[in-house]
Design a protein around this ligand. Structure first.
Ligand SMILES: [Zn+2]
Length: 123
């Protein structure tokens, strides 16, 4: 994995996700190389923001990446987000409590992210 040499202050993951959503919508309306590059840069920034505070990988020494999965729960229609910190096939995960709609999830996101990072840090 390519290391990011220059560490800039990390922005909030929800701010990055919002920008990423806009960039993807723009790209779908009008594909271009600069927009494609911007999407890749935002995706990388988002992975770093999610893994903020995580220790380097115990196996290879690289900084782990962070992912968010949006999960729907079958019949009840409840939704939750799972945060995953991982590298070299090692993963630490934590989820938000299930909610009836996506609207209430954001308030639990940072706590779930921090929990996943804390789990990773004791691996
Ligand atoms: Zn690794």
């Amino acid at each position: 994995m390519m290391a990011q040499m220059e560490y800039l202050p990390l922005r909030n993951m929800n701010t990055i996700r919002e920008e990423l959503g806009k960039a993807i919508a723009e790209y779908q309306a009008n594909e271009s190389r600069p927009l494609s590059d911007r999407i890749k840069a935002l995706q990388k920034e988002l992975q770093l923001a999610i893994s903020e505070g995580a220790k380097d990988c115990p196996k290879c020494g690289n900084h782990p990446i962070g992912l968010r999965h949006v999960v729907g729960v079958g019949r009840t229609g409840e939704w939750y987000h799972t945060y995953e910190i991982g590298c070299c096939g090692i993963k630490a995960k934590a989820s938000t409590p299930p909610e009836d709609s996506g609207a209430d999830l954001a308030q639990h996101d940072e706590a779930a992210r921090a929990k996943a990072v804390a789990k990773w840090n004791v691996l």
